[in-house]
Design a protein around this ligand. Structure first.
Ligand code: FUL
Length: 489
């Protein structure tokens, strides 16, 4: 009797365990190289803004020499709340400010130098642009990033050990006195002629050893554990390899960056990432809305058009990157009306284009559907939920998803997303449309990653196929969309 009761208990427990496994099967096996939670959140920001502002704004330069007098820094109506409001209304989720550019002038009253706002006429030397910027971002719900140029053409010690202490002190000020900083930007431009405390000479540093970057990164993370570090080579975010805001069509978020040198990286490699890369390093696509990074009145008519901005958007956000768009304040300390007008229209086009997913809620079938379980159902790609996903059974790499649109639908934009928390997996795919009684290939591609946007000629189709032909692991898709571009594009 006792033995039977025991056996019943064992069998019962087994059945309960087995049923709960089927009810809630585990997720697909993740890849070896994965993003951190912070990197996933960063990728989801999609569009962020850059603010280049310093003495250059007043001298009409792109790179200040370092000899500029703080006296020239005198914006008449500086208002970071205007920057934050415009950024927010343009769909940006974070702003990054040049706290110090190569000229060495500090936008905050650093204790460690006289070369700052504290010796400018602006607010009688009592102002702090970084503080106002941070407060404005918080008010508008934007994340905050800061740029602190490693190269300093003002500092007399640039090139020797003392400057490194100075640089660290400044990092400490910025990373301890202004609350949570989400991104810190280390520019690769470094070394050359400069004022250097009056020496007025050429100084070169050894890019590989001078800063001891691994130690600087560690210092930064000790002060702000959640901050993401940008440089040419990561460690968290990498430069995309050009200043036009373009990722390559093939863009892996993985990279082998251990032997890379900041300021001397292989731009082609950065542009595509590396399918064999052992680190996850998100690609950030920086570009200015004007020809220059700083404001120049003679570029007022050269602000990028909303259509040019859309092209950049497709080549950055649409290629698994984050778009970092620079808007330089003018001498009054405000964004110029031409830039604001372009941003407004840019946002309108994005909203009009992507507001209706023409495939949403339509029926989908797949050549393979993991465990035939609802958790991995093909329909998960059309439910607008980034967390749910479709996946295949173990060992199945090639697969086709077919969407029945229930009638002819006109579209010219396709969106595909992978659930990157399991890694970046897909390396080859084709999109086909059933139109005029036949299947035709409308796009082929390589990587997808967090988001892939495809521009295709306008077409009416009743069915769509996403054919996955290559992947480094079983493929998974979290979202799929069909859209009709705004007429304003
Ligand atoms: C470059 C700098 O030299 C430019 O002035 C600008 O700040 C750009 C974002 O990065 O390397």
């Amino acid at each position: 009797m006792k033995i039977r009761a025991f056996l019943n208990f064992v069998i019962g427990s087994f059945l309960i365990t087995a049923t709960s496994c089927v009810n809630n099967p585990s997720d697909i096996a993740p890849n070896k190289v994965l993003p951190t939670a912070q990197q996933i959140a960063y990728q989801e920001l999609e569009l962020i803004g850059f603010v280049h502002f310093t003495v250059n704004t007043f001298t009409d330069q792109e790179w200040g020499y370092g000899s500029e007098s703080p006296e020239i820094f005198n914006p008449t109506a500086l208002d970071p709340r205007q920057w934050a409001r415009v950024a927010k209304e343009s769909g940006m989720k974070q702003l990054i400010l040049t706290a110090k550019h190569h000229d060495g002038f500090c936008l905050w009253p650093s204790k460690y130098t006289e070369h700052s706002v504290k010796n400018s006429p602006w607010k009688n030397g009592q102002g702090d642009v970084v503080r106002e910027f941070v407060d404005a971002c918080r008010e508008y719900g934007l994340k905050v990033g800061l740029y602190l140029s490693p190269w300093d053409r003002n500092h007399g010690d640039y090139g020797n050990e003392n400057y490194l202490t100075y640089y660290k002190n400044q990092l400490k000020e910025l990373l301890t006195e202004y609350g949570e900083i989400s991104e810190i930007w280390f520019d690769g431009a470094n070394g050359g002629s400069g004022y250097y405390g009056g020496a007025d000479e050429e100084r070169r540093i050894d890019r590989e050893t001078y800063y001891n970057w691994p130690a600087v990164f560690q210092f930064v993370k000790e002060l702000q554990p959640n901050v993401l570090i940008f440089s040419d080579a990561g460690p968290d975010i990498r430069w995309i390899g050009n200043e036009r805001g373009f990722a390559a069509e093939t863009n892996w978020s993985m990279l082998n960056n251990s032997s890379m040198t900041i300021g001397a990286a292989d731009v082609e490699y950065l542009n595509t990432g590396d399918p064999e890369g052992e680190k996850w390093v998100v690609g950030e696509c920086d570009v200015s809305i004007r020809p220059g990074w700083f404001y120049h009145a003679d570029e007022d008519a050269a602000v990028k058009t909303p259509q040019q901005l859309m092209d950049i958007y497709y080549k950055s956000v649409g290629r698994n990157g984050v778009l970092l768009l620079n808007i330089p304040p003018d001498r009054s300390g405000l964004f110029h009306e031409n830039d604001i007008a372009a941003l407004k229209q840019f946002k309108k086009i994005i909203d009009e284009t992507f507001q209706v997913n023409l495939a949403k809620g339509k029926s989908v079938k797949a050549s393979n559907h993991r465990l035939n379980h609802a958790k991995f159902a093909p329909g998960n790609i059309l439910d607008d939920d980034a967390d749910s996903y479709w996946a295949t059974d173990d060992e199945i790499i090639g697969a086709t998803l077919e969407i029945d649109l229930g009638g002819e639908v006109l579209f010219d934009r396709v969106m595909i997303q992978e659930p990157i928390r399991f890694g970046q997996r897909i390396s080859a795919f084709t999109v086909k449309a059933f139109s005029a009684d036949k299947w035709q290939t409308i796009a082929t591609g390589t990587t997808i990653g967090y988001k892939r946007l495809l521009r295709v000629p306008p077409l009416k189709a009743g069915k769509i196929q996403l054919v996955i032909t290559g992947a480094n692991n079983t493929p998974a898709i979290s979202n799929f969309g069909l859209f009709k571009a705004s007429a304003a594009e």
